[in-house]
Design a protein around this ligand. Structure first.
Ligand SMILES: [Zn+2]
Ligand SMILES: [Zn+2]
Length: 200
């Protein structure tokens, strides 16, 4: 199917309002604009932050397509995109890396100022969404929305991965695994003990 430059009709899971069950709907997804990447999703994890936004403990706008821990294959790229090309395997990033803001350039931390978690607008960097359903604009959770067959994300929120990556498992590297690893290594400063204190 030649989808290049065209609006794609596909399925996505939509939360029409806070604390409502997800509903599988047919949605329309626009082509990527400049600096954006359209991805055919192959797998997505379910992260606690998805639950937080669905339950309202993280403020967000509805109707919303949740999901940010995704793996997929680039379908097409917008003008000026240079880090990935169609056919590349990629992960979506809930914390993007613009590589030019104060947070990205600081030696410690990486909470890029172009993130969309706190606060969450649910819109792309130009203030619009690429998704509609039944004529209504649908918000994109954290500028990702991986609970969809296709999605559009900013180029700075995409990381190219190895061609041999197992696409059904690698989505966990997108958020859950580095979050847990970082909490253990950097926040808790877990270290190997020189002796085992529990030995008899
Ligand atoms: Zn997450
Ligand atoms: Zn940045």
């Amino acid at each position: 199917m030649d989808t290049l430059g065209k609006t794609i009709t596909c399925r996505a899971a939509i939360a029409w309002e806070r604390n409502s069950p997800l509903s599988i709907e047919e949605v329309q997804l626009e082509p990527p604009k400049a600096g954006e990447v359209r991805i055919k999703m192959t797998s997505s994890g379910i992260c606690g932050s998805d639950n937080h936004i669905l339950k309202g403990s993280l403020p967000g706008n509805f109707p919303l397509i949740p999901g940010h821990e995704g793996a997929g294959i680039v379908e097409s790229i917008g003008e000026g995109v240079s880090s990935v090309k169609p056919g590349d395997k990629v992960l979506t990033l809930v914390v993007p890396q613009c590589r030019e803001c104060n947070s990205c350039l600081a030696p410690k931390g990486n909470f890029c100022e172009k993130q969309d978690i706190l606060p969450s607008s649910g819109l792309m960097l130009d203030g619009t969404s690429r998704f509609t359903c039944k004529g209504q604009e649908i918000y994109q959770a954290f500028r990702t929305s991986t609970f969809a067959e296709y999605t559009v994300v900013p180029e700075i929120a995409v990381a190219k991965i190895d061609d041999a990556a197992p696409m059904d498992k690698v989505c966990l590297l997108s958020c859950g695994m580095p979050t847990g690893y970082g909490a253990a290594i950097h926040s808790a400063k877990v270290r190997e003990l020189p002796v085992c204190w529990c030995a008899p």
